[in-house]
Design a protein around this ligand. Structure first.
Ligand SMILES: CCC(=O)Oc1c(C)cccc1C(=O)O
Ligand SMILES: [Ca+2]
Ligand SMILES: [Zn+2]
Length: 337
């Protein structure tokens, strides 16, 4: 069918109004943005019962991606619209971030369509990137106490899309140290994208949707992971079983050590008895992006990330550059050799 670009408006999870690229077919408007790559598509998961989600991915796949989001007047201002508005708008902004900062055309660098399903499950406290064969994001509505709808936070959406970037590049195995690097990459580019978009600047993850009744907290902090119980040094690496209950070896926990490394490399500081001279957010982002896309592999360890970052800084700024020294300082500060 022919694509008819149109521009609507919508109200997000936090009540902010934003313009949306939509597709007009007849007298119906769809959350289909034809202006970026092969398109950005937002679907309604219709709150298919939680029971289904607790079953296998096979069960879930029968219900995804759901129904392409439609509207009669191109004004997406009902409360049920809020999660879809943000999923659509922020996915576009993440597409723009990767294109502008790294000249990367969508997560596969070939303009892949970015698909998201909102209202996934019932009061579902979860968000995620569903890889092959679905290749899409899913966002739960949250329970309203611990979480607001997950697409309401730009850093969360950038976190999820970065999982797709990782899958198509280093493809870091989602367990133990490689999994913690996988998680840290999503947190790092989640924060960098949010700061780039002027929606920060902070070094927190998920602060806009986490515990709406408690101000100032977040899911994770990159500046000080220990604020929310995560380690910031190898001495405190948490050994957990490689099981769902063990967070696959603590991928969302030990990521704090790599998150701290990235924060120190960017902002500088004293940690673990080491002084780090910061290189700034842009240079840190370039070093981690090059590490992720040129040097890391699916089984990379923290130590191999250090080598990748040193090599990336050498490629970008020269062997004797201060940036290479800063990389060494940052990894020394968290005890990664
Ligand atoms: C900040 C985004 C995040 O961590 O999302 C997840 C949640 C809320 C639960 C389970 C997995 C993830 C993830 O994407 O790693
Ligand atoms: Ca944030
Ligand atoms: Zn993640």
């Amino acid at each position: 069918s022919f694509k008819i670009d149109s521009v609507g408006t919508g109200t997000g999870v936090l009540g902010d109004v934003k313009s949306l690229n939509t597709d007009k077919q007849g007298n119906t408007y769809y959350l289909q943005d034809n202006t970026r790559g092969d398109g950005i598509f937002t679907y309604d998961g219709e709150n298919v019962h939680q029971r289904i989600l607790d079953r296998s991915l096979r069960q879930i796949m029968r219900y995804l991606p759901g129904t392409l989001w439609s509207d009669s007047d191109n004004v997406f201002n009902s409360s049920y619209d809020n999660a879809a508005v943000d999923a659509h708008y922020y996915a576009g902004l993440v597409y723009d971030y990767y294109l502008e900062k790294f000249n990367r055309d969508s997560f596969d660098n070939q303009g892949a369509a970015i698909k998201s399903t909102v209202h996934f499950g019932r009061n579902y406290n979860n968000a995620g990137w569903l890889g092959e064969p679905l290749n899409q994001m899913m966002y739960g509505d949250g329970d309203g106490v611990n979480w607001l709808p997950f697409s309401g936070a730009y850093d969360v959406i950038a976190h999820e899309i970065t999982h797709a970037v990782t899958d198509r590049t280093a493809n870091l195995l989602y367990q133990n140290q490689s999994g913690a690097i996988n998680e840290a990459m999503s947190d790092i580019f989640g924060v960098l994208a949010e700061n780039w978009a002027g929606l920060g600047p902070d070094w927190l993850m998920g602060e806009d949707i986490y515990t709406p009744n408690i101000p100032g907290d977040a899911l994770r902090s990159l500046a000080d992971p220990t604020l929310f119980g995560d380690p910031d040094h190898m001495d405190d690496f948490v050994q957990l079983p490689n099981t769902r209950e063990g967070d696959w070896g603590g991928v969302h926990i030990n990521s704090g050590i790599i998150n701290k490394t990235a924060y120190l490399l960017s902002e500088g500081g004293n940690h673990g008895g080491v002084t780090v001279n910061g290189v700034g957010q842009d240079n840190m982002g370039d070093i981690f992006y090059r590490s992720l896309t040129q040097y890391l592999t699916e089984s990379s360890t923290f130590s191999q990330l250090r080598s990748a970052a040193e090599q990336s800084a050498t490629d970008l700024y020269g062997a004797n550059s201060s940036a290479v020294t800063s990389v060494q300082q940052a990894f020394d500060a968290v005890g990664i050799n």
